[in-house]
Design a protein around this ligand. Sequence first.
Ligand code: F6R
Length: 609
Amino acid sequence: MCGIVGYMGNQDATPVIMSGLNLLEYRGYDSAGICTMASGAVEIRRSSGKLVNLERLLKQQPLHGNIGIGHTRWATHGKPSIANAHPHKGGSVIVVHNGIIENYLLLKDELTRRGHQFLSETDTEVISHLIDEKFTADTSFEEAVRQALKEIHGVYALCALSEKDDKTLIVAKSGSPMVIGIRGNEYFVASDMPAIICYTREIVIMEDGEMAVIRNGTVKFSAIGGGELEKISRIIDWSPLKAENKGFPNHMLKEIHEQPQALRNVVAGRVREEEGDVVLEGLNLDDTSLKSFERLCLVACGTSWHAALVGKYLIEEYCRVPVDVEIASEFRYRDPLVSRKTLVIPISQSGETADTLAALREARDKDAHIVSICNVADSSIARESHGVIYTHAGLEIGVASTKTFTTQLVALYLLTIRLGRANGRIDLRKGQEMIAALSGLPALVEKTLGLDSQIEEVACEYLTSWDAIYLGRGISYPIALEGALKLKEISYIHADGYPAGEMKHGPIALIDVDMPVFILAPRDRHLVKVQSNMEEVVARGGRVVVFCSEGDFKTGKGAEYALQIPWAGEALSPVLFAVALQLLAYNFAILKGKDVDKPRNLAKSVTVE
Ligand code: F6R
């Protein structure tokens, strides 16, 4: 999603902004731009594609000035192009924006009728024209922004400059994230803290409906609707990890290989072996409150939604509490049935996914108790929850979630133990057994990573296929969905995940010699049934690759390939099968020559709905 960086101070703004934009690269983008202002003169540079193109342009045509704003654009309105790249200028006003202006067409028509000329297809350009129109001899820049924003419906985080007021940088937020860093009389604005934390750790997190006016070495906060606000800065004590490849050819492979350590981190300090229990420091619920909920509702998007599906299996199986799993973008508009007797658990790597955040707010407005599972510290979802369980996976740069998914699975496993111990469904022995199973997990992931060359062979064999089916049953069904999603997003091969038992109700018609069927067959209670489903595919000439448990030689009968995945017990097997399917998707994508870290059209942090 779009990334914003702004600067006002006594240094040259360009290097500060460009280093920040580089650190926001992980969010995904298709074009970039920057604007600086010196003595009221504004200059803009924009380019399509990667940031190196903008860097090249800046070498040829450098920019100077102590005030500036920059942007990486992830196209929503208007195709990726230089004309649509930000910053956008309307009259004297220059704007960068993250979000979507829902009434932009209406506003654009009205502005066009009043003589404004538009050079892009974006919704953002409308904002700059609207502010410009309001910025008259009788109205200050600040007041013009305030008036314009009152007419805008939608989601935004934006920075605005004006040639008519060269000492002011205005920032506003409603729905998309924005933070301001302070160092003496210098101000750093960004969509995400890692972009500016190398300059300052004193950060003000802006909330929806707020505006900041940075002028002459000071900042003044107010509500967009009017009225000054006292905002307190906080000192950030965590360090953003540097995005280094450490000898791996790309971030995705590095992150896949970081999983043993990430899984140690999510568990570290949380287990009490003797008590057969776990301590979840941010949960903020005692046993009485935790067991008082009538149901749980897990809400998420994409890969995080797949983790939620696994969570349902775990919590219902071990804690015997009903769990609903909701896709956030559906939940938020459905007037969902939640109450103070519902524990709502938003799951989000970034903690900024717009739909998940909106679902959280919807549930909170209906008095539900919110405990989120997040990876990014101090993210919007973490901040707006009553409790938070961090996954401690570390920075994930690859757009496709890998280590953040498996750590979500383990966070849900820990929550299952805690809830089961609180409501008495998991006794001491079972709790101890579940904790003991966790201790061997990192080594088993390591072993699974060792299957890479066999998995590469499979990818080579089916490289020319355009479709694939993933089948799983029980707790492996969500992993089939996740395997299919990974393949789609990084290799662009169409893939579907199905519950294996559902095959005969339709998808079996697709079986032919061109389509590989990847079957997940761990040594769990569904194995015999899955074997029958596999035979149904083989009998129709389907080409089967089976992922079975180590030592289960018979399971592979009839399959073209059988990959033996270490056995970690039913509840943790999703972690190991997920790792194998990450490697499968990775190998397909690499063999096809795709950019696995930045798949087309995707963004790491989806801050628009
Ligand atoms: C796929 C992927 C996405 C995210 C989804 C939710 O690999 O990463 O499907 O899972 O966009 O993102 P978060 O977890 O940040 O809310």
